[in-house]
Write a protein that binds this ligand. Structure first.
Ligand SMILES: O=C(O)COP(=O)(O)O
Ligand SMILES: [Mg+2]
Length: 228
């Protein structure tokens, strides 16, 4: 492993786990409870990354339903409830995710999760996929007063890991992840296959990878200060 790298902090949705189908299922259920139809899965993929509340607001905007605060509050509560009940009906780790986490653990790298997904669903999903043991810290979007892109979210994960920003790298899929990392001057690697309305290569990350298996090599180049 590159000299000085002690900790990796991962985003969850769109980076380690393909979760769009489950988010879409829950969205369909809760919207049908109030007589509304969810946007198609392909559209929902572009709405993920800012937490469940923003996902609901974006879905309502797309179907032309007014985002009345009372309605959004109710849908948000139902979303958290239903998603926590069934966080993993259709979600799967991306190819190479489990192998990567194993490799990093063998190399002594401490790992954390910094996700805007609600805490209960985050923990349920990690448990269902047997990924929880890899992470010494997993902080969801509703556990702190702040969440990504606020760097305080990442700072809390690093504090749990006992790592300084200088010894860490953030791995994500969206502008939110990049902004969060930049706020602490933590280098950021983005995957190109996740959920982002702007292609990852256009966001200005320190490195962009097309497969999780490419992360170790990207980290070596990044820590050596070479272009990736
Ligand atoms: O928007 C969400 O629910 C979660 O997204 P993230 O895991 O990419 O932060
Ligand atoms: Mg993401």
């Amino acid at each position: 492993m590159p000299d000085g790298l002690e900790a990796l902090v991962f985003d969850l949705d769109g980076t380690l786990v393909e979760t769009a189908a489950d988010l879409h299922l829950v969205l369909e259920e809760i919207l049908s409870e109030v007589g509304l139809a969810a946007p198609p899965l392909a559209a929902v993929r572009g709405m993920i990354g800012d937490g469940a509340r923003v996902l609901i607001e974006r879905a309502l905007a797309m179907i032309g339903a007014p985002a009345e605060p009372v309605l959004v509050d109710r849908l948000f509560a139902r979303f958290r409830e239903r998603y926590a009940e069934e966080p993993c009906r259709a979600s799967t780790p991306y190819p190479g995710a489990r192998e990567l986490l194993r490799t990093m653990r063998e190399r002594g790298i401490r790992m954390g999760l910094c996700t805007n997904k609600p805490q209960a669903a985050t923990e349920g999903l990690l448990a269902a996929l047997d990924l929880a043991p890899f992470f010494a810290s997993a902080i969801g979007g509703d556990r702190l007063p702040v969440r990504k892109p606020d760097p305080g979210h990442l700072a809390a994960v690093l504090a749990d890991l006992g790592a300084t920003p200088a010894a860490a790298v953030m791995v994500g899929d969206s502008r939110n992840d990049l902004l969060t990392a930049r706020g602490l001057e933590v280098p950021c690697v983005l995957v190109s296959f996740g959920y982002t309305s702007v292609p990852a290569r256009e966001l200005g990350a320190d490195a962009v990878i097309d497969r999780l298996a490419d992360l170790p090599e990207a980290l070596v180049r990044l820590r050596a200060g070479r272009a990736v």
